[in-house]
Design a protein around this ligand. Structure first.
Ligand SMILES: [Zn+2]
Length: 186
């Protein structure tokens, strides 16, 4: 059985997450891109108040004790906060082809059926865009290299659901990176 990588288990606002990521250093492992997921189960309706410390405990039990994996995804994002699960400086387990190459970002929701452009789904989207913008800036990643889990040829999961449009997410990340540095472009 692989050695479990203990979780961080902290939640951040988008601003606090940005500060947190600037405090990290990537040495032994450094990700090359980001893979975006949705939890599907639970969906938004299942979690009216988003994730809690109890949710993180449940994910540990699922990934460590049921799947017997060494880790899970790096982030769980809901409409309120960004939860850090697997340390961002270590490889996670979330997408068979890309675990050693990429950060895994989970969004609360089932975007095969739940809207991603309105209501709580849009709040999840905005928090995910902010987190991806921070990670892109801190790691020097081109936002256009982001992948959806379902693009992994080794997965059968249709993840995230069809309401998550990759070009729109990438554009929103690019727009936010520019907006965060007003005047620093000609
Ligand atoms: Zn996925």
């Amino acid at each position: 059985m692989p050695t479990w990588k203990p979780i961080v288990g902290l939640s951040f606002t988008t601003d606090a997450f940005d500060t947190y990521c600037h405090s990290l250093t990537w040495n032994a492992w450094r990700p090359s891109f980001i893979v975006l997921h949705n939890t599907a189960e639970p969906n938004l309706a299942d979690r009216p108040n988003g994730f809690t410390q109890q949710s993180m405990k449940g994910f540990v039990e699922y990934y460590r004790d049921e799947q017997h994996w060494s880790a899970g995804p790096h982030l769980f994002i809901d409409d309120r906060k960004i939860w850090v699960f697997t340390p961002l400086t270590m490889s996670g387990v979330h997408s068979p082809s890309w675990n050693k190459l990429a950060l895994g970002v989970e969004m609360l929701g089932n975007y095969a059926t739940e809207p991603f452009n309105s209501g709580r789904g849009a709040a999840v989207r905005d928090n995910a865009v902010a987190a991806i913008a921070t990670l892109s800036a801190v790691l020097g990643l081109d936002p256009a290299t982001m992948k959806l889990h379902k693009e992994d040829p080794l997965t059968t999961h249709v993840c995230p659901g069809k309401n998550v449009k990759k070009p729109a997410v990438i554009q929103a990340v690019k727009d936010l990176l520019v907006a965060r540095h007003p005047g620093e472009h000609p």
